[in-house]
Design a protein around this ligand. Structure first.
Ligand code: SAM
Length: 284
């Protein structure tokens, strides 16, 4: 039996160390080895890659990642109570397991060798913020992450994957799909976690496109999305007031009906609007 396989169960580990979940840190643990293996499998081949896990907690998903052929597994955990358990995991796993006690919001993931794949059951309170952070890395260089397999609250996973015409479609959908191909992998009910959260969860895998869906500066697109979806009930001709001087020609050149609301415009439509905005900035 390998050293990893000989470790006590996660439940026994949590009980032995008195690791009660902390709500403020979004702690909902996955204790079923089949579920964590399934999540790890959505990351695809890890051979030669650095697998980066945010929030290993007691280490269920971490064990599944260590069972893979990843070149190394990096685990970044904010709660120091887990360090002892993670140190025991390191004893079994050896040098290819790296633990960093830090806040993932400020930890430099690009410091670890590429190619990198992020795999995580994210703390829900900072899940969206972390994703936006990584998408900003990808906007600068699409090669920074090969993929990101992430568990979110189901409602966030639906916003990431939504297409135009849906109530979930918004800034996050356009920004994420502009930069990445996205697959909706699986859903988990609250009862799959200990303690159970109030809502269901879902795993999505985001794979950065070599080049974004359309050429645009991130800043232009962000400005456009913030205005358009900031008042999502309004027609675009009202919502975009203030950033567009000559509205009529702007919509004509973009091929967008000004009476549409933001949620009715597909991603390519936002691309055309961003291109016209940038052209005007260049000329103006
Ligand atoms: N990976 C474990 C699992 O699947 O059972 C735990 C997942 S739990 C949803 C989220 C984990 O993220 C917790 O271990 C929590 O302490 C950790 N965490 C919360 N905020 C964090 C942050 N800002 N940086 C790093 N880890 C964080």
């Amino acid at each position: 039996m390998s050293l990893l396989a000989a470790l006590p169960t996660l439940k026994a580990t949590i009980d032995a160390h008195g690791l009660g979940a902390r709500k403020a840190l979004g702690q909902h643990f996955l204790l079923d080895a089949n579920i964590v293996r399934r999540i790890a499998s959505y990351a695809g081949d890890l051979d030669g890659r650095t697998a980066i896990e945010i929030g290993p907690g007691p280490g269920g998903l971490t064990r599944a990642l260590l069972e893979s052929n990843a070149a190394r597994v990096v685990a970044i955990e904010k709660d120091e109570r887990f360090l002892l358990v993670l140190a025991q995991l390191k004893e079994a796993a050896g040098e290819r397991f790296i633990v960093a006690k830090d806040d993932a919001l400020r930890h430099d993931l690009l410091h670890y060798p590429a190619p990198r794949k992020i795999v995580a059951n994210l703390p829900y309170n900072v899940g969206t913020e972390l994703l936006v952070h990584w998408l900003e890395d990808i906007a600068k260089d699409s090669a920074v992450y090969e993929s990101m397999t992430l568990m979110f609250q189901k409602e966030v996973a639906e916003r990431i994957t939504a297409t135009h015409g849906s109530k979930d479609y918004g800034r996050l959908s356009v920004f994420a799909q502009w930069l990445c191909k996205i697959r909706y992998d699986m859903e988990l009910p609250p009862g799959a976690f200990s303690p159970p959260p109030k809502v269901s969860s879902a795993v999505v895998t985001l794979t950065p496109r070599k080049t974004p869906l359309f050429p645009a500066k991130k800043e232009t697109l962000e400005k456009l999305l913030a205005k358009a979806f900031g008042q999502r009930r309004k027609m675009l001709r009202s919502a975009l007031k203030g950033i567009i001087p000559d509205m009529e020609s702007f919509f004509a050149e973009s091929g967008i009906d000004p009476t549409l609301r933001a949620e009715q415009v597909d991603i390519a439509g936002f691309g055309r609007m961003a291109a016209v905005l940038e052209l005007r900035d260049k000329i103006g």
